[in-house]
Design a protein around this ligand. Structure first.
Ligand code: RNT
Ligand code: ZN
Length: 415
């Protein structure tokens, strides 16, 4: 009998929070963990592929995964230290070629058979992303908006190929696959035409999404700016919100690193819940810009989780992660970031959300503030530790001992 947990449970029960129910809900919510934290968004296309598209993984911590086998082993290590249900989020550049390589527009389901096998054997779901960067035909930073029709066609072909791969994965795994389109397209300096690229983007997307495919959830990810495209990004928030609102089955994906620093995704979720049945997220940590730092257990992450939970939207909000830190142990980065998102969800599930809503509606704002602040020091940590024990993963910092061991036995032999 864990006394601290039992005491915590009673305290939460007193304010009407059912802890066991919260743990049950949490254990059933999958988190889509991005494969690209394991190798700095490198992929397997070619060994020295340089990351492009205005995103950057900085740092040179030793031990990055160089092959599918290494990436899968690292993901396994991380997953063994993370409670709850998992999905693995793949990018097209993680195709596993058995012999001859295929260019992006020629990618086929068979190039992802290894990942399907991997996910099946571990009971994970898979999500998917076409890769519109780190490629010679994206060297000028333009893909689906490119003024050159030939280049645009190549990238449309890539988008179509990826949706078919997503459909294949969905069929194999027996459940829907999110296929998320993010493109880097934009301009460093003041453009002389802002509409043209957006009209070309609209047309390219229409062509990509034309085919009806079972099991594929399509999304489009907006952004405010990237490195080298500071003045203009074609796929802006307004563009994609409108695109999604006007197309059947395409959803706007919110990445909380993709807005002005004074904007909050926690405040955007409810606006979208009013209009869309599904909302995909990329949870990250922007530090001054879209820097893709590892997610911490901090206020905005808690607030995002609270918005999902108190609006009963856990089934509608698809939670994916998106960070790539090469300055720390990459396996630890996965563990820290994913556990923090799960902590935030638990924190949200342990709030007396109904009571708080009532206080707001009755105009009892003093009581509301008092309760909100009291909740911050409730024995949340005791419940988290209990959850980890139930899930048979380390409940405290001792998970890091396993990372240290893995680093000395496995990662340090890579160079
Ligand atoms: C880039 C977007 C995008 C990428 C990944 C690798 O700013 O956030 O989601 O980070 O697709
Ligand atoms: Zn993202």
């Amino acid at each position: 009998m864990n006394n601290r947990f039992e005491e915590a449970k009673q305290r939460y029960a007193k304010i009407g929070v059912d802890v066991d129910r919260a743990l049950d809900i949490l254990s059933n919510k999958p988190i889509s963990i991005h494969c690209w934290q394991g190798d700095d968004v490198g992929g397997f296309e070619n060994k020295d592929a340089a990351l492009s598209g205005g995103i950057q993984a900085t740092g040179n911590y030793p031990g990055k995964a160089r092959t599918p086998e290494e990436l899968m082993a690292d993901f396994d290590k991380a997953a063994s230290l993370i409670p709850g249900k998992k999905r693995i989020n793949l990018h097209a550049i993680y195709a596993v070629f058995d012999g001859e390589k295929a260019d992006r527009d020629k990618l086929q389901p068979k190039h992802f058979a290894r990942w399907v096998e991997y996910a099946k054997s571990r009971g994970y779901g898979i999500d998917f992303n076409p890769t519109f960067f780190s490629h010679p035909l994206a060297a000028d930073g333009l893909t689906l908006t490119h003024p050159d029709e030939k280049i645009r066609k190549f990238w449309i072909g890539h988008g179509i190929a990826c949706r078919r791969i997503a459909a294949y994965i969905a069929k194999e795994l027996g459940g829907p696959v999110l296929n998320n389109v993010w493109i880097p397209d934009g301009y460093k300096n003041i453009p002389s035409d802002r509409l043209g690229p957006r009209l070309r983007l609209k047309d390219s997307l229409d062509k990509i999404f034309e085919e009806k495919l079972d099991g594929v959830i399509d999304s489009v990810e907006s952004k405010v700016f990237g490195i080298g495209v500071e003045a203009y990004t074609a796929g802006s928030s307004e563009f994609y919100l409108n695109y999604a609102a006007n197309s059947e089955g395409v959803y706007p994906l919110l990445d909380n690193g993709h807005y002005h620093p004074t904007e909050f995704v926690s405040d955007k979720i409810s606006s979208l819940l009013a209009f869309f049945d599904i909302i995909p997220l990329h949870i990250t940590r922007p530090v001054r810009w879209d820097s893709d730092h590892v997610v911490l257990f901090e206020d905005e992450i808690k607030e995002i989780a609270i918005e999902i939970v108190r609006n009963n939207a856990l089934d509608r909000v698809l939670i994916g992660l998106d960070f790539f830190d090469a300055s720390i142990n990459r396996v630890a980065a996965w563990v820290i970031g994913t556990r923090n998102v799960q902590k935030a969800l638990l924190y949200a599930l342990l709030q007396p959300n109904e009571r708080m809503r009532e206080l707001q509606d009755k105009g009892m704002f003093t009581e509301l503030m008092a309760l909100q602040e009291e909740m911050k020091t409730y024995p949340f940590g005791d419940v988290w530790e209990h959850y980890c024990k139930l899930q048979k993963v380390p409940h405290d910092q001792s998970w890091f001992d396993q990372i240290k061991k893995y680093e000395s036995e496995v990662l340090s032999n890579r160079n």
